[in-house]
Design a binder for this molecule. Sequence first.
Ligand code: HGY
Ligand code: MN
Ligand code: MN
Length: 421
Amino acid sequence: MKTNLPLDADRLWTDVMALADITDPAKPYTRRSFTALFLEGRAWLAQRFAEAGLATRLDAAGNLIGRIEGNDPALGVIAIGSHSDTVPSGGRFDGIAGVATGLEIVRALRDSGTRLDHTIEIVDFLAEEPSEYGLSCVGSRGMTGSLDETMLALTEPSGETLRDALRRVGGDPDRLDRARRDDIRAFLELHIEQGIVLESRFLDVGVVTSIVGIRRLEIVFQGEADHAGTTPMNLRHDALVAAADTVIAVRRLAEQLAAEGPDYFVATVGILAVDPSASNIVPGRCRLVIDARTTNPALTARFVDAIDRDSAAHAAAARVARASFKTLSDGPPVACDPKLREALQQGARDLGLGQMDLPSGAGHDAAFMSRICPSAMVFVPCLKGKSHAPEEWADRDAIAAGAAVIYQAVKELDRSLPRSR
Ligand code: HGY
Ligand code: MN
Ligand code: MN
């Protein structure tokens, strides 16, 4: 691991740990998007941005953006960012390390007396994790013109719409056109790998080749709540039985598609809500959400068709209705930009860091940013590949090394990006 990096590893680490401390104390580490805790984290970040000399604003899509003008504003923006929201009982590094990296790079440029020709922006994207409204990457969808009325009408369990929630956290759902950008020339994101490859190969950084496509489906089974003690088995309309059979079908089909190769395929049922959820009531209603990911959209189509067919059959067998079968979100797989990847690879070489190319099985804001500008990512190792859990861990020096690679690439891109549009 290198020590003479062109930025301050301790300052970067201090930011990551300070943001991590803004969590639900009963469920470390939880800072769910749109909550008071999230807004507390946002306020902390905005303060750090201002102290670093960044002009700070919220855009209409609810993204927190810090900006330092370049020597030649006509050249456009080089952006660095990630997200500060977490999954429930998540980790301290997923997203946060990427936002803190942007902040540290701005400070390191200032400390070295370097003013770029391009304007630089640091972005904390709103709600990268799947929110209570059922949608992920809300802010990066908004910045790229991918946040539509159907999505804004999604609601969380108590009924608030995403539209109202966006307004509540400072966005403007009626003026999302103002969030759309055409002046960003490059977007870079640091993220923990959330996998075991870099650690197992004792490598310092991963330069991401592609980001997996993600489809999220919601299925609701509607049966009849009944007395668990007096309702004969042949008269039941048990919604959970249809849901349970569907969960098994998801697992079996995903294992089959993954085994076919060569494409990557995984599917998960991470949400299973039983209603009324009491030990002595036959479940009347069951809602499940499926998260399916692949590098090959043709496999998604096969998976969805099969689960559509199977879940209807399981509903009929359990004598319940399949009340809804809908797509909550559907993002295609994305290739990272070759020129930006080369700048990152060169940065790692210049710093004497061990590196490899590798794909991302996790979704990221960079996948949406690639719709409006060249985008690329650097992964840093995390302990045992663990993520989306409190045990998530990344070493101080590992994060600093990844940040230094982006720092090097930003300076290179400032020189080499096309100057005419
Ligand atoms: O779910 C994901 O892949 C990311 O961590 N939001
Ligand atoms: Mn995550
Ligand atoms: Mn993340």
